[in-house]
Write a protein that binds this ligand. Structure first.
Ligand code: HPA
Length: 240
């Protein structure tokens, strides 16, 4: 069942897919965590692998950056490949003072500045939310692993760089509304999942802070990343 962006054979993609943004992360996750990973898609070098975790089939495939990119890949996985669960595993910039580098966020909801959801033609404001069964399974997985998580809203922005944020105080407004951090994909993924009656969750590790000059070292990045992947994979296993 190839699509313009996915050459995987129908049946070679598991019902649960982990989606990092970066294709090299996809390869790293597959080779480090999965048993018997097999490359099933490499159109545009996105690196999609299927293997098992705790005997449950899991696919890891990159989403690329931004809602347009995850919008394409997740749409095709849900509509063409019978995928039921997509768990994004990414990074976010923190907005709130009580968030620190390496903290893990489970995105209960995702606000957005993107026009993506307008294309569903709905009059009114659709609220992109995580699937509750995935969210509660991830919370339980984190508890079992002894990893503290923050649960709340993220902002899925269309801009990593902005000429206006500093002047307009836009980040401050999202912070005031209690939004935990900024990333660039969750709202599009949640909208696609809702449209197809499927499930989605976004888990993010804090990689930087919007109001403090903090950056992760490469070693810290790897450690924090592994915690998030363990939560995501145990969530996948819980979904069977
Ligand atoms: N903005 C958008 N996406 C991000 C950021 C950010 O500051 N940090 C990590 N992903």
């Amino acid at each position: 069942m190839p699509t313009p962006h996915n050459e995987a054979a129908l049946g070679s993609i598991a019902k649960t897919v982990l989606m990092p943004g970066d294709p090299r992360r996809s390869q790293f996750i597959a080779e480090t965590f999965l048993t018997d990973p097999k490359l099933v898609n490499n159109v545009r070098g996105v690196h999609g692998y299927t293997g098992t975790w705790k005997d449950v089939p899991v696919t890891v495939m990159a989403s690329g950056m931004g809602i347009p990119s995850i919008g394409i890949y997740s749409w095709e996985l849900y509509s063409e490949y019978n995928v039921e669960n997509i768990i994004r595993v990414g990074s976010a910039g923190a907005l709130q003072d009580d968030l620190s580098l390496l903290d893990v966020i489970l995105a209960q909801g995702a606000c957005t500045t993107s026009s993506y959801i307008e294309n569903f033609g709905i009059r009114g404001t659709f609220a992109p939310i995580a699937d509750f069964s995935l969210l509660s399974a991830a919370k339980k997985a984190a508890e079992d692993l002894g990893i503290n998580v923050h649960i709340g809203n993220l902002l899925s922005s269309d801009n990593f760089y902005s000429a206006f944020d500093a002047a307009s105080g836009q980040n401050q407004q999202w912070k005031q509304m209690g939004v935990l951090g900024i990333e660039m994909e969750a709202a599009g993924l949640y909208a696609n999942a809702a449209y197809f009656g499927k499930r989605a969750l976004c888990i993010c590790t804090v990689s930087d802070h919007l109001y403090r000059p903090e950056m992760l070292s490469p070693e810290d990045r790897q450690l924090g990343f592994s915690q998030m992947i363990n939560i995501a994979l145990d969530t996948a296993a819980a979904m069977g």
